[in-house]
Design a protein around this ligand. Structure first.
Ligand code: RB5
Length: 143
């Protein structure tokens, strides 16, 4: 599995922890930055991950900012992207099962590493249920 990850300065610390966690599990990680806690603009980093997802370079994207809100708004501007801000593992499960989310968004300032790892694991291992959800997701992508 290949995953693209990026954050702004507010998500940097947790992004690094998630990256190493995934690498240890054998997941291929494409790190689009940021590479330090210096202040940057989250839309620039959302664009990099979204591009990797849309061109098929990776299976999923992971984005982090302070709240996850700026990254969510930014990523969801791109057609074909279904970015889900998840605060609990169950949100990640349903984002995959029902929404076929292709980008996980996490709030770097609001969740600790252990919870974040659990959310990431849930997101990356839950399949899309399709069925009645297929039609709904198609309607989103038709907009
Ligand atoms: C940066 O201070 C903060 O605004 C950003 O990380 C994010 O939370 C925006 O939605």
């Amino acid at each position: 599995m290949r995953v693209a990850i990026a954050s702004d300065h507010a998500g940097f610390e947790l992004k690094e922890k998630i990256k190493h966690y995934l690498l240890e599990k054998g997941v291929e990680v494409l790190d689009h930055g940021t590479h330090s806690p210096a202040s940057v603009d989250y839309p620039d980093f959302a664009k990099k991950v979204v591009t990797s997802v849309l061109n098929g370079e990776v299976d999923y994207g992971i984005l982090l900012c302070g709240t996850g809100i700026g990254m969510s708004i930014s990523a969801n501007r791109y057609k074909g992207i279904r970015a889900a801000l998840c605060l609990f593992p169950d949100m990640a499960r349903l984002a995959r099962a029902h929404n076929n989310a292709n980008v996980l968004v996490l709030p770097g300032r609001l969740v600790g590493p252990d919870l974040a790892f659990w959310i990431v694991d849930t997101f990356l291992t839950t399949p899309f249920e399709a069925g009645r959800h297929e039609r709904r997701v198609q309607k989103i992508d038709e907009v």
